[in-house]
Design a protein around this ligand. Structure first.
Ligand code: MTE
Length: 329
């Protein structure tokens, strides 16, 4: 993300040079369909044309009902599907923003299993088909804020990670949860490079992992996840910088010790364990006070102020009560 940007300069997403036509109609459709629980039934109800703008119709449908979780339906304008799926960080497929969309077609998402291990009474392996059915699929509109200073607004399909974690019955020793993602040289050209210490590992404190906003995502825009966005399942933790949201997860481990993430290993002074979005704590190379909303900001547009906890303070602020957020960055 993070190392090559200055050399290559920022990539300008297509939406900044083409008119933003369908945002609002798409958004309105998603809202009304979600409110009525109709997301998957659009075609049968004469909403077919609108449904086409909700996603490209290329991938398998994965409808979700509007989420009731507090804070789960951000009212911001959605980022265009084209930008969400072409401006990515997925270093296993290359370090340029356009690399994942170009290279991730080699990712095999079936069969897929997720191992659950560590401090829990019921460790086991879950196949992707069972994971898809484990809890009702919800649609959630989250802001995603990357530490590089840009943000997007994405309608995800998934359910709270807690639904899965509680099946494993974590013990009282489970203080943290570690996520390991796929690292296969045969499928992922970037894994042959030494840019990170593979596999990509991330971690959360158990209360963060159990928070209802923490999403196990299987889709976006009403369809299954495109490979470049982390198919077949990824984490989305909307109040933390985007790199905490690990893609293409293969292992979940309950631990007593705080996990060491790949980014912390690469540069500890830059990437702390918590990595909560915080406009008052700058990254050594990037101010975090403002952000560029992909697709909304033309070349001359003003940046928008970054919100504490990415705007989710009323939902998650109490998780960090009494903590020095400069020290625990
Ligand atoms: N997960 C894996 N396995 N590999 C990665 O390189 N990049 C992270 C995160 N998850 C990354 C990953 C970063 S830096 C960000 S900002 C988000 O994915 C980007 O998600 P998006 O491409 O879907 O917007």
């Amino acid at each position: 993300m993070h190392f090559l940007r200055q050399r290559h300069g920022p990539h300008i997403p297509s939406s900044e040079i083409t008119p933003r036509a369908a945002y609002d109609s798409r958004r309105d459709w998603l809202k009304s369909a979600g409110a009525l629980g109709l997301a998957g039934l659009g075609a049968g109800l004469g909403l077919e044309a609108a449904a086409q703008t909700a996603g490209p119709g290329k991938l398998a449908k994965l409808p979700g009902v509007r989420s009731n979780v507090a804070g789960a339906m951000a009212m911001d304008k959605l980022t265009r599907y084209e930008d969400v799926t072409s401006y990515n960080n997925y270093y296993e497929f290359g370090t340029d923003k356009s690399d994942p969309a170009q290279n991730a077609h080699t990712l095999k998402t079936r069969p897929w299993t997720v191992a659950i291990e560590g401090e829990c009474a019921k460790p086991g392996r879950f196949g992707i088909e069972d994971l898809l059915k484990l809890a009702p699929m919800e649609e959630r509109i989250y802001r995603l804020r990357c530490v590089e200073g840009w943000s997007m607004v994405i309608p995800w399909e998934g359910y709270s990670l807690a639904e899965l974690l509680k099946k494993a019955e974590p013990t009282s020793k489970a203080k943290y949860v570690e996520f390991t993602t796929l690292a296969d040289k045969a499928q992922m050209p970037g894994v042959r490079s030494g840019v990170l210490d593979w596999p990509y590992i991330e971690g959360l404190r158990i209360d963060e992992a159990m928070h209802p906003l923490t999403l196990m995502a299987f889709g976006l825009y009403g369809e299954v996840l495109p490979n470049q966005n982390g198919a077949p399942l990824r984490l989305v933790v909307p109040w933390k910088y985007g790199f905490k949201s690990a893609k293409s997860i293969v292992k979940i481990r309950f631990t007593e010790q705080q996990p060491v993430s790949s980014w912390t290993k690469a540069a500890q002074q830059e990437y702390g364990f918590f990595s909560n979005v915080n406009p008052k704590v700058d990254h050594p190379r990037w101010s975090q006070a403002t952000e560029r909303r992909i697709g909304e900001d033309g070349f001359f547009a003003k940046k928008r102020p970054t919100l504490m906890f990415n705007g989710y303070e009323s939902q998650v602020g109490q998780l960090y009560a009494g903590m020095d957020l400069k020290k625990f960055y």
